[in-house]
Design a protein around this ligand. Structure first.
Ligand code: AMP
Ligand code: MG
Length: 334
């Protein structure tokens, strides 16, 4: 029996999750939100500092586990915003020393993938559509390989930037999803997919110009933005499935909460006779239990650090999914 506590702090969310033998016992989080402006790293770090203890104790209470029963502390090592990651690692190291339990560093993107296992997906292509990251990832020969990705910003950041420009507030994704329901007219936007990769800045400029133009604001820009951008993501995902011969699609990341994106993915999978998997919303957006869940897998493979080794563990704000040696899979090359 293994009990792992996981800490998430890469961006807007500070989360603590507790997992016992791959079963989620608690998943408590708080996300930074603002009506004006966006994600200012130092402000978000302050938010994490001010909320971490309360979230930690709430997660313990919800799980019914006492501190001394925890076997290891897993934390998000990267990628992410440095000031936010620092709050997480600091808290993780404090707990590791206090509880005398090892530290397990976890890559945030890999955790989004691993938690997908709870849906029953075995060897999926994953469309990881989050705030800062947008990648199409699949496991092949020892690594999670990136088959396609954004050439500029993450799709969530793109949506949030557009929302901020339209004075909708942060995070913009859920609000735009609601507004888009009222949109009926598909207006023409750039469709910027290049091979397996995609870009969003041209669409953002175009949308801003449309907002600035004299025509009255209506919801067709919200509706059309979703139709164009999600179609790009689904097209690249389908191509990755065709190339890899995989017949499962898994969604991950906060933007994956969007019902229209889920619907488009479901239709694409149905049309090609593939299976579609989507975890519940509280596991799609950043959360501590996906870190604990992945931490458990690594811990069981002996990936853990304690004592003087802790000094060598640092945050990795730019760590990439395909840098990670996935030594915990049965066919992995070491
Ligand atoms: P993550 O970084 O994975 O936690 O995802 C956060 C991002 O997901 C933010 O950019 C949000 O705007 C976006 N998001 C959350 N819910 C939705 C939604 N229903 N539709 C579109 N984007 C969303
Ligand atoms: Mg994420």
């Amino acid at each position: 029996m293994v009990i792992i506590l996981g800490i998430e702090s890469t961006a807007h969310t500070f989360g603590v999750g507790i997992v016992k033998n791959k079963k989620i016992l608690s998943n408590i989080k708080k996300s930074f939100t603002t009506e004006k402006g966006g994600l200012i790293p130092m402000e978000v770090a302050k938010h994490h500092r001010e909320n971490k203890n309360r979230i930690y104790f709430e997660a313990l209470e919800k799980s019914g586990i006492s501190e001394d029963k925890i076997d290891a502390i897993a934390f998000s090592q990267g990628p992410g915003l440095a000031p936010c990651l620092l709050e997480g690692i600091k808290f993780a190291k404090e707990l590791s020393l206090k509880l005398k339990k090892p530290l397990v560093p976890v890559n945030h993107c890999v955790a989004h993938l691993e938690i997908g296992q709870i849906t029953g997906a075995k060897s999926p292509v994953m469309l990881y559509a989050s705030g800062a990251n947008t990648q199409i990832i699949a496991y092949a020969s020892g690594k999670y390989r990136i088959f396609g990705e954004t050439l500029d910003v993450g799709v969530g950041n793109f949506i949030d930037t557009f929302a901020r420009y339209a004075e909708i507030g942060f995070p913009g994704g859920p609000k735009i999803e609601q507004l888009a329901l009222a949109g009926k007219n598909l207006i023409e936007l750039p469709y910027t997919i290049k091979g397996m990769d995609f870009a969003f800045s041209g669409i953002l400029t175009n949308l801003k110009q449309k907002l600035d133009s004299k025509s009255p604001r209506d919801d067709s820009s919200n509706f059309s933005m979703q139709e164009y951008v999600f179609a790009m993501l689904v097209e690249a995902s389908e191509r990755a499935m065709a190339h890899t011969g995989k017949n499962e699609l898994l969604l991950g990341g906060g933007v994956a909460c969007n019902s229209r994106l889920q619907e488009m993915c479901r239709i694409m999978c149905e049309e090609r006779g593939a299976k579609f998997f989507v975890p519940p919303n509280d596991l799609l957006t950043d959360n501590g239990s996906m870190i604990a869940y992945t931490g458990e897998i690594l811990f069981k493979k002996g990936i853990k650090f304690s004592g003087e080794e802790l000094d060598k563990i640092d945050i990795l704000p730019r760590q990439r999914t395909d840098e990670i040696q996935v030594t915990w899979k049965s066919d992995a090359r070491n």
